[in-house]
Design a protein around this ligand. Sequence first.
Ligand code: UDP
Length: 312
Amino acid sequence: MARILITGGAGFIGSHLCESFLKRGDEVICIDNFLTGSRENVASFSSHPRFTFIDQNVTQFIQVEESIDVVLHFASPASPVDYMELPIPTLKVGSLGTHNALGLAKAKKAIFFLASTSEVYGDPLVKPQREDYWGNVNPIGPRGVYDEAKRFAEAMTMAYHRYHGLDTRIVRIFNTYGPRMRMRDGRVVPNFITQAIKGEELTVYGKGTQTRSFLYIDDLVRGIQRLVESDYHLPVNLGNPHEMTVMDFAKEILKLTGSRSSIVFRPLPQDDPQVRQPDISKARELLGWEPQIPLDEGLRKTIQYFKERLQG
Ligand code: UDP
């Protein structure tokens, strides 16, 4: 049994991590300030005897009395709409928040695990993206606040590893979806599903020729667990190599929801990556990991979740 601290533990990915560590038998300390997370996400396990919640912004000094074995730093706005509306909190949680979480891990002699992102590759000039690709990021564009904060967070994590000998991990998470995503989060999965259920038009940005690849949350959580247990400190991509256009994704949502909504075109946001596809060779070799849940199965569960939320 270990004691795990998760920043952003009331967020979409964070809350699934809290739950899976509780199931494994660990103690979980969750820190969140509900900027984009919610109490609802942790409601089903908040009274668990091995679960503690701290309402705090991690850009402030993190004070914890207990010993800690692993610090997972997942706090951050993560939807393009959010980080464009919250540019300074996004920069602060990726920089000051990462520094605080690293300091805590160092003081507790804990493993430090950073949630990084495929956004460090920016609008990539190579496909698929391998971990040794340095990316094509516009530092001063609207997405730069997230991309550069995460790039800084990776640099800071590697500095703590090299200079302080901290035991660190970095995961680069590609588009992940599933229950507990916020309905009005602005990302393509909640947007298309809620639009389709409500019979509203599906808003495809640009021509819909840009590509993404979608990973179901349970697959991501399994990959993160394995990476925590490994001893590998360089970045590892976790994502689904099955790439599709946004247009085809819209059609898939229409098919699975049985919706008769039509598709409309809206302007493409600035610096929206044209392609995104992970190379997951490293995760395969190091962790024996690859996605197992097919897109239609994961989407059905997610559609069910949104239907319940919309009806409730
Ligand atoms: N997108 C879209 N319609 C929407 C929301 C998003 O066409 O209502 C597109 C967006 O332009 C991007 C892709 O879907 O090309 C994925 O966007 P998302 O916001 O989910 O996150 P990103 O992958 O860009 O970080």
